[in-house]
Design a protein around this ligand. Structure first.
Ligand code: AOF
Ligand code: ZN
Length: 378
């Protein structure tokens, strides 16, 4: 007797539905921490071609999981169906029983999955539960594309720290701002809207205290359709120069705000800011530079479940992440403006970024050029 192949190859149809699931997963990207945003499609074929009978994406805040939502929608029609999941179904008991068990109970016949789950509570155990119950499992279908949708989550498990994206708007003459502060407009409205979308997909936005003191920014993101959740705002402020009257402190009751500072920073200032709702992260000093020790700080942020941080300014902050080799992704937006001799030089330019980073995509937004890169070793 020939036993059934436990790992049937992926078909063109499989890839088509997985691609749809991966796009669907983006819907809640950045809003499911500490969980990744995962999508599930339940597909059945009653002889007239495959039909989606249930779909789910990880809910805001991380629960319920995608499978739970999709199975509820499919109901009885899940029996004998194929489930497309962008991440291996979980194997642990959380607020609900494991998703792998739920798929078995619902009578799903086959599971096609994309990314492997590095969470030690899962890590192969989800697929094992499915196989032990007699389901067919086809793993690693479009794994790379799925990994893109949860790169922060995967990074946190791999490197034990959040993924760091450095984003800089650079003028035609290589400047990111003007000395002494004051806002200079480098990019146009389309690129700026895209920046807000990128912010929304991160757990936190980080700036140095210099940027804060010069610009007094709010660093929130208000985009129609995305609700009113803004990522945590983090300020690198070793000597605690942030003042309680600044926009960031005044809005700390609405948007989580975290100041990374030295342990011995001014206790009175600290108390005043804490009264506004600001939280603190006590940091170690890098013995070489006298600055905040970034690897340790990131490890602490990873330990509280942060998966992705967008570093947005200024030049010195960007340079210190680059020098410490902590930049996993780089976004450079080249505007069609000139700042002139009073400008602050960008810590990295589009013309040389390709030497250190691998270009992955680029767009044109009106007059601006948007370039995205990832680490060479990824
Ligand atoms: C799934 N489907 O949609 C997601 C999964 O805190 P908990 O109990 O929600 O568990 C978090 C873990 O669940 C997370 O580390 C990852 O392993 C998995 N995420 N799993 O089956 C989903 N978001
Ligand atoms: Zn689950």
């Amino acid at each position: 007797a020939v036993s059934k192949d436990p790992t049937p190859a992926a078909s063109e149809t499989d890839r088509r539905f997985m691609a749809a699931a991966i796009r669907f997963a983006m819907r809640n990207a950045g809003r499911t921490a500490t969980n990744p945003s995962v999508a599930t499609l339940i597909v059945r074929d009653d002889g007239e071609g495959p039909v989606i009978v249930g779909r789910g994406v990880t809910a805001l805040g991380g629960r319920p999981h995608a499978e739970t939502v999709a199975l509820a929608e499919a109901g009885d029609r899940a029996r004998g169906a194929t489930a497309y999941v962008t991440l291996e179904p979980c194997a642990h008991h959380g607020r609900t029983p494991p998703c792998a068990e739920a798929l078995v109970t619902a009578g799903v016949a086959r599971v096609v999955s994309a990314a492997a789950d590095p969470d030690p509570r899962v890590d192969g155990k989800g697929h094992a539960i499915l196989r032990a119950a007699g389901l067919q499992v086809t793993p690693r279908v479009m794994a790379e594309e799925a990994a893109e949708t949860m790169s922060g989550y995967l990074n946190r498990h791999r490197r034990n720290r959040p993924e760091v994206t450095l984003k800089l708007a650079v003028s035609r003459d290589g400047k990111i701002g003007i000395r002494g502060g004051g806002q200079v407009k480098i990019t146009g409205p389309v690129a700026d809207a895209q920046t807000h979308l990128v912010r929304a997909r991160h757990d936190a936005i980080l700036v140095g205290s210099g940027t804060l003191l010069e610009d007094d920014p709010r660093l929130d993101c208000r985009l129609p359709g995305l609700g009113d959740r803004s990522p945590t705002r983090i300020v690198l402020d070793p000597r605690l120069r942030t003042e309680p009257g600044m926009a960031l402190a005044r809005t700390a009751g609405d948007t989580p705000t975290l100041i990374a500072t030295f342990v011995d920073a001014d206790p009175a200032r600290r108390a005043a800011l804490a009264a506004c709702g600001v939280a603190f992260l006590s940091c170690e000093t890098d013995p070489d530079t006298g600055r905040i020790a970034l690897p340790e700080m990131l490890e602490d942020l990873g330990a509280v479940g942060m998966s992705s941080i967008l570093v947005e300014g200024g030049a010195e902050t960007g340079a210190s992440f680059l020098e410490s080799d902590l930049v996993d992704r780089l976004i450079l937006v080249e505007g069609d403006t000139e700042v002139g001799p009073d400008g602050v030089a960008a810590p990295i330019l589009p013309s040389v970024a390709g030497q250190r980073f691998r270009p992955v995509r680029s767009y044109r937004f009106g007059p601006d050029h948007w370039f995205e890169y990832v680490r060479r070793d990824d």
